[in-house]
Structure formats: C-alpha cells, structure tokens
Ligand binder design. Structure first.
Ligand SMILES: [Zn+2]
Length: 287
C-alpha cells in the first residue's frame, strides 16, 4: 500500500498457535525509498517473499535495500532479518538496548519465552549500526528519518519520524485498546506515548499491528492508549488488593477477566506486563 510517494506499507499475514486455536495475525513492514532504500522491520520468519514481491511490483529489487532498521528485537520484527540481510546485503540498524536479543535470539528465547518463538524467528543477525535518540538518517535530499527513543514496550524500542511527510512509524510503542498489553516498564511506556503525542503535525501513524491511521485518528489513538494503560493499572491494583498472594499466571488470568478479555489469552509475557504494574502500585495515577 502506497502511503506517500516514497513510503509504502507492506502487510504481512501470519498465523500463531495458541490455546484458543490458530489465530490469523498480521504485522506491517515499511519501505522508504529515496536514493537509498530503507526497510523498517522484517516481519516473522519467511516474510521476505511478501516483501520482495511487493518491491518487484514497484520496480525495486532485493539488492536495492541498503538499510534495515529494526524498531526492536521481538520475533515479529526480526523474524526474517537473516534472509533479507543475506539476499540484499543490507546493513542492519537498531537501538543499543535491543542488540543482545537481535544478535543472540537463543538468549532472547530464554529471557523472554514467547510461545512458538522458534516458529517465528529464523535466527540471529549482527547489528551494523547503533541508533540513538535524535539520530537523523538521510535517504536523499528530500527524505530523512529521525530516530526517537521510545522505550517501555522494550528497552530499546524506537519510533521513526519522517518530518517532511508528517509520517511516524511507531513499532509496538502504542498499545491498541483491547489488544494484549505488552510492556516491560509501564511508566516509561506512558512517557514514550506522551513524547510521541508532543510531536506536532503528525498526519499519518504507521504502527506494526494496526492499519495506517490518518488525520485526527493519530492523536486519538495515542490518547486511547494512555487511557487503556491507566485502566489496566487500576485493574491490577484492584485484583492485587483482593488476592495479594496469587502466582503471576493466575494473577494474569484474573486481570484479563477483569478487563473483559479471554483468560486463555494469558501467557508469561502478558503476566510480566502486569508484574510491571505491580512494581509501581503505590503510584495509583500514572499520568
Ligand atoms: Zn514488540
């Protein structure tokens, strides 16, 4: 899908096996082409076919990708990075906070045991370029990418602002109301969303798990995310007061139920999010 003259959204469908059965999901990668072509995120394992087919349709070859920016290290963002790097010869760039889990996916699987991890990720890749907050990468004289450090979902999560086009790419930084909440640190998550909200004149929001959003919706989605995180926080505090000694997984199920979500969706990653809320339970109002 063409977003601007030089910006494309590539929707990548995939399936995950859960206790609920096989779920159809999708994740977006984004392609930005100036004189140099940059791919943002690689999708899950075997996504390179979808990405290269799309590129062919707009007259580009895999070897045209000179840079792949990974918004963070989670499986649906780095799954195909190994194949894409091998076929294109591109450099890989990511924030320093994500490098250990990109360069050693077995370490990631051990420290963050996402269900079906090895079905989603092809393998480890080396990061060639370290990105930090405020870095600006010029693809040509008309288009540049500004890196914004937006941690919380993970330590080194970044967003990418294309100021001249009023476009921002946010990875998994902004949780979608009703989706499973995933963050390592709730307060930095909120600060990151506020940081994005303070950027004026964003016309298009490109997230990984949502279709492109335009106009007023951009800031409404950020406000909804902040409300959603506050609701979760209140629910965690309430359930913890009622049941102070529950095991993390049992606690996770009860909070999901309280939020009106299916208890079977509970998994260790979501349980970790709610533990992150418990770490700051004395702070009742996160705003
Ligand atoms: Zn993620």
């Amino acid at each position: 899908m063409q977003i601007r003259k030089q910006i494309h959204a590539i929707k990548i469908p995939f399936q995950v096996k859960t206790e609920l059965g096989v779920l159809d999901r999708f994740v977006y990668s984004y392609l930005i082409h100036g004189e140099n072509v940059c791919l943002i995120d690689s999708g899950v394992v075997s996504s390179e076919g979808v990405i290269f087919d799309y590129m062919e349709k707009i007259g580009l070859k895999p070897e045209d990708i000179s840079l792949m920016i990974l918004t963070h290290s989670h499986p649906d963002h780095i799954g195909s990075a190994k194949s894409i790097k091998a076929k294109s010869g591109c450099k890989i760039a990511a924030h320093s906070g994500e490098i250990p889990w990109i360069e050693d996916v077995e370490l990631q699987a051990k420290e963050r045991p996402v269900p079906n991890f090895h079905l989603l990720v092809e393998g480890s890749v080396d990061v060639d370029k370290i990105l930090e907050d405020g870095d600006v990468l010029d693809l040509d004289e008309n288009i540049s990418l500004k890196i914004i450090h937006t941690p919380g979902h993970s330590k080194g999560s970044i967003s990418i602002l294309i100021e001249e086009e009023g476009v921002i790419i946010t990875g998994d930084v902004i949780p979608l109301k009703g989706d499973l909440p995933i963050y390592e640190d709730i307060e930095t998550s909120i600060n990151s969303i506020k940081k994005l909200k303070s950027i004026p004149k964003i016309e298009t929001l490109l997230a990984s798990w949502d279709d492109p959003q335009e106009g007023d919706n951009v800031y409404i989605i950020m406000d909804d995310a902040l409300d959603y995180l506050q609701n979760i926080h209140e629910s965690v505090i309430k359930i913890n007061k009622m049941n102070p000694s529950l095991e993390p997984m049992e606690f996770c199920k009860m909070v999901l139920k309280d939020l009106g979500m299916p208890e079977v969706a509970a998994n260790p990653i979501v349980a970790q999010s709610f533990q992150a809320n418990l770490n700051v339970r004395e702070d009742q109002d996160l705003f």
